[in-house]
Ligand binder design. Sequence first.
Ligand SMILES: [Zn+2]
Length: 226
Amino acid sequence: MSNIHFHPSNDTLARYADGDLDPAFSIMMSAHLEYCSGCRQRINELETSNTQVLESIPEEPLTSDLTAMLSQILSQPVEPVKLEVEPDPSSGVLKLDNKEFHLPRALQRHSDEIGTWSRLPGKIQRAPISTGGKSKMNFIYMEPDSSLPEHTHQGQEITLVLSGKFIDENASYGPGDFIVQTNEHKHSPRTQAEQDCLCLTLLDAPLHFTSGLATLLNPFSQLFFR
Ligand SMILES: [Zn+2]
Protein backbone atom coordinates (compact mmCIF):
# COMPACT_ATOMS: atom_id res chain seq x y z
CA MET A 1 0.00 0.00 0.00
CA SER A 2 1.51 3.27 -1.11
CA ASN A 3 1.77 6.29 1.16
CA ILE A 4 1.65 8.61 -1.83
CA HIS A 5 -1.64 10.45 -2.08
CA PHE A 6 -0.99 12.98 -4.85
CA HIS A 7 -0.18 11.84 -8.38
CA PRO A 8 0.18 13.39 -11.83
CA SER A 9 -3.05 13.56 -13.85
CA ASN A 10 -3.87 10.90 -16.46
CA ASP A 11 -3.23 13.50 -19.13
CA THR A 12 0.25 14.17 -17.74
CA LEU A 13 1.01 10.43 -17.58
CA ALA A 14 -0.09 10.03 -21.21
CA ARG A 15 2.02 12.97 -22.34
CA TYR A 16 5.02 11.56 -20.47
CA ALA A 17 4.56 8.16 -22.16
CA ASP A 18 4.38 9.93 -25.53
CA GLY A 19 7.60 11.86 -24.77
CA ASP A 20 5.59 15.04 -25.02
CA LEU A 21 6.66 16.91 -21.86
CA ASP A 22 9.41 19.51 -21.76
CA PRO A 23 12.70 18.43 -20.15
CA ALA A 24 12.06 20.04 -16.74
CA PHE A 25 8.56 18.56 -16.45
CA SER A 26 9.96 15.16 -17.49
CA ILE A 27 12.53 15.31 -14.69
CA MET A 28 9.74 15.98 -12.16
CA MET A 29 7.78 13.04 -13.57
CA SER A 30 10.75 10.65 -13.66
CA ALA A 31 11.52 11.54 -10.05
CA HIS A 32 7.89 10.87 -9.02
CA LEU A 33 7.98 7.51 -10.82
CA GLU A 34 10.96 6.46 -8.71
CA TYR A 35 8.72 6.82 -5.65
CA CYS A 36 5.46 5.58 -7.15
CA SER A 37 4.97 2.01 -8.38
CA GLY A 38 1.32 2.77 -9.27
CA CYS A 39 2.26 5.45 -11.81
CA ARG A 40 5.16 3.30 -13.11
CA GLN A 41 2.62 0.59 -13.84
CA ARG A 42 0.35 3.08 -15.65
CA ILE A 43 3.28 4.30 -17.78
CA ASN A 44 4.16 0.73 -18.74
CA GLU A 45 0.55 0.11 -19.79
CA LEU A 46 0.45 3.33 -21.82
CA GLU A 47 3.74 2.49 -23.55
CA THR A 48 2.49 -0.99 -24.37
CA SER A 49 -0.69 0.40 -25.89
CA ASN A 50 1.40 2.92 -27.89
CA THR A 51 3.31 -0.05 -29.33
CA GLN A 52 0.05 -1.78 -30.22
CA VAL A 53 -1.05 1.30 -32.13
CA LEU A 54 2.20 1.06 -34.12
CA GLU A 55 1.54 -2.63 -34.83
CA SER A 56 -1.88 -1.85 -36.24
CA ILE A 57 -0.50 0.40 -39.00
CA PRO A 58 -1.49 -1.21 -42.35
CA GLU A 59 1.27 -3.03 -44.21
CA GLU A 60 0.25 -2.51 -47.88
CA PRO A 61 2.69 0.25 -48.87
CA LEU A 62 5.70 -1.75 -47.75
CA THR A 63 7.58 -4.33 -49.75
CA SER A 64 7.24 -7.83 -48.34
CA ASP A 65 10.88 -8.02 -47.14
CA LEU A 66 10.51 -4.82 -45.20
CA THR A 67 7.16 -5.97 -43.85
CA ALA A 68 8.70 -9.22 -42.64
CA MET A 69 11.56 -7.37 -41.00
CA LEU A 70 9.22 -4.88 -39.33
CA SER A 71 6.89 -7.54 -38.03
CA GLN A 72 9.89 -9.39 -36.64
CA ILE A 73 11.02 -6.23 -34.83
CA LEU A 74 7.50 -5.57 -33.55
CA SER A 75 7.12 -9.13 -32.30
CA GLN A 76 10.03 -8.66 -29.90
CA PRO A 77 8.87 -8.46 -26.29
CA VAL A 78 8.27 -4.89 -25.12
CA GLU A 79 10.95 -3.86 -22.66
CA PRO A 80 9.65 -2.08 -19.55
CA VAL A 81 10.67 1.58 -19.22
CA LYS A 82 14.20 1.79 -17.95
CA LEU A 83 14.32 4.53 -15.36
CA GLU A 84 17.51 3.29 -13.75
CA VAL A 85 20.75 5.08 -14.46
CA GLU A 86 24.02 3.91 -12.96
CA PRO A 87 24.19 5.82 -9.67
CA ASP A 88 27.26 7.98 -9.22
CA PRO A 89 27.93 7.79 -5.48
CA SER A 90 29.34 11.33 -5.35
CA SER A 91 26.35 12.98 -7.05
CA GLY A 92 23.53 11.12 -5.34
CA VAL A 93 23.70 13.02 -2.08
CA LEU A 94 22.68 16.58 -1.37
CA LYS A 95 24.38 18.10 1.67
CA LEU A 96 22.62 20.91 3.49
CA ASP A 97 22.81 22.16 7.08
CA ASN A 98 24.87 19.10 8.13
CA LYS A 99 22.16 16.85 6.73
CA GLU A 100 22.37 14.52 3.78
CA PHE A 101 19.52 13.86 1.39
CA HIS A 102 19.54 11.11 -1.20
CA LEU A 103 18.46 12.48 -4.55
CA PRO A 104 16.23 10.62 -7.01
CA ARG A 105 18.25 9.23 -9.91
CA ALA A 106 16.41 11.58 -12.30
CA LEU A 107 18.10 14.46 -10.45
CA GLN A 108 21.51 12.88 -9.98
CA ARG A 109 22.09 13.35 -13.71
CA HIS A 110 21.62 17.09 -13.14
CA SER A 111 23.72 17.49 -10.02
CA ASP A 112 26.19 19.70 -11.93
CA GLU A 113 23.36 22.12 -12.65
CA ILE A 114 22.44 22.84 -9.02
CA GLY A 115 23.15 26.50 -8.19
CA THR A 116 24.04 28.03 -4.84
CA TRP A 117 21.69 27.97 -1.88
CA SER A 118 20.15 31.18 -0.65
CA ARG A 119 17.96 32.00 2.36
CA LEU A 120 14.45 33.34 1.90
CA PRO A 121 12.10 34.83 4.48
CA GLY A 122 10.44 32.29 6.81
CA LYS A 123 13.33 29.82 7.40
CA ILE A 124 13.22 28.68 3.80
CA GLN A 125 16.24 27.92 1.66
CA ARG A 126 16.33 27.65 -2.07
CA ALA A 127 18.70 26.44 -4.79
CA PRO A 128 17.95 26.65 -8.51
CA ILE A 129 18.53 23.80 -10.94
CA SER A 130 19.14 25.00 -14.47
CA THR A 131 17.26 22.67 -16.76
CA GLY A 132 16.73 25.03 -19.71
CA GLY A 133 13.29 26.02 -20.92
CA LYS A 134 11.16 28.83 -19.55
CA SER A 135 9.94 27.21 -16.33
CA LYS A 136 12.09 27.38 -13.20
CA MET A 137 13.12 24.39 -11.13
CA ASN A 138 14.20 24.85 -7.54
CA PHE A 139 14.99 22.85 -4.48
CA ILE A 140 13.03 24.32 -1.59
CA TYR A 141 14.22 23.33 1.86
CA MET A 142 11.86 24.20 4.71
CA GLU A 143 13.46 24.06 8.13
CA PRO A 144 11.41 22.65 11.03
CA ASP A 145 8.68 25.08 12.12
CA SER A 146 8.99 27.21 8.99
CA SER A 147 6.30 28.71 6.79
CA LEU A 148 5.84 30.33 3.46
CA PRO A 149 3.32 33.20 3.45
CA GLU A 150 -0.02 32.50 1.79
CA HIS A 151 0.33 32.74 -1.96
CA THR A 152 -1.35 31.86 -5.18
CA HIS A 153 0.22 31.06 -8.52
CA GLN A 154 0.16 33.12 -11.66
CA GLY A 155 0.91 30.00 -13.65
CA GLN A 156 1.35 26.42 -12.57
CA GLU A 157 3.38 25.23 -9.59
CA ILE A 158 4.37 21.59 -9.34
CA THR A 159 5.85 20.40 -6.07
CA LEU A 160 7.42 16.99 -5.51
CA VAL A 161 8.24 16.12 -1.90
CA LEU A 162 11.67 14.47 -1.75
CA SER A 163 12.06 14.09 2.00
CA GLY A 164 10.23 14.99 5.21
CA LYS A 165 6.77 16.46 5.33
CA PHE A 166 4.95 19.76 4.89
CA ILE A 167 1.34 20.74 5.48
CA ASP A 168 -1.04 23.39 4.22
CA GLU A 169 -4.74 24.18 4.69
CA ASN A 170 -5.74 21.16 2.62
CA ALA A 171 -3.50 18.22 3.45
CA SER A 172 -0.21 16.83 4.63
CA TYR A 173 2.38 15.92 2.00
CA GLY A 174 5.15 13.33 2.22
CA PRO A 175 7.87 11.82 0.01
CA GLY A 176 6.73 11.13 -3.55
CA ASP A 177 3.64 13.34 -3.37
CA PHE A 178 3.23 15.25 -6.65
CA ILE A 179 1.19 18.40 -6.07
CA VAL A 180 -0.06 20.58 -8.93
CA GLN A 181 -1.36 24.04 -8.08
CA THR A 182 -2.61 26.79 -10.36
CA ASN A 183 -4.04 30.27 -9.95
CA GLU A 184 -7.20 28.62 -8.59
CA HIS A 185 -5.32 27.50 -5.50
CA LYS A 186 -4.20 29.59 -2.57
CA HIS A 187 -2.13 28.02 0.17
CA SER A 188 0.39 28.66 2.92
CA PRO A 189 2.77 25.70 3.19
CA ARG A 190 4.50 25.13 6.51
CA THR A 191 6.41 22.49 8.43
CA GLN A 192 5.71 21.27 11.94
CA ALA A 193 8.17 21.57 14.83
CA GLU A 194 11.02 19.06 14.49
CA GLN A 195 9.98 18.16 10.96
CA ASP A 196 11.83 19.57 7.98
CA CYS A 197 11.00 19.11 4.33
CA LEU A 198 12.94 19.04 1.08
CA CYS A 199 10.93 19.61 -2.09
CA LEU A 200 11.55 20.03 -5.76
CA THR A 201 9.37 22.69 -7.37
CA LEU A 202 8.70 23.74 -10.93
CA LEU A 203 7.17 27.15 -11.51
CA ASP A 204 6.15 28.66 -14.81
CA ALA A 205 5.51 32.14 -13.35
CA PRO A 206 6.40 34.00 -10.13
CA LEU A 207 4.36 33.37 -6.98
CA HIS A 208 1.84 35.96 -5.89
CA PHE A 209 1.57 36.56 -2.14
CA THR A 210 -1.97 37.24 -1.01
CA SER A 211 -2.25 37.82 2.71
CA GLY A 212 -1.59 40.85 4.92
CA LEU A 213 2.03 41.84 5.38
CA ALA A 214 3.12 39.07 3.05
CA THR A 215 1.86 41.11 0.12
CA LEU A 216 4.92 43.25 0.80
CA LEU A 217 6.88 40.26 -0.42
CA ASN A 218 5.43 40.49 -3.90
CA PRO A 219 8.27 42.64 -5.22
CA PHE A 220 10.57 39.84 -4.01
CA SER A 221 8.50 36.97 -5.34
CA GLN A 222 10.89 36.91 -8.27
CA LEU A 223 13.30 35.40 -5.74
CA PHE A 224 11.32 32.19 -6.00
CA PHE A 225 11.48 32.34 -9.75
CA ARG A 226 15.08 32.24 -10.85
ZN1 LIG B 1 2.03 8.33 -8.71
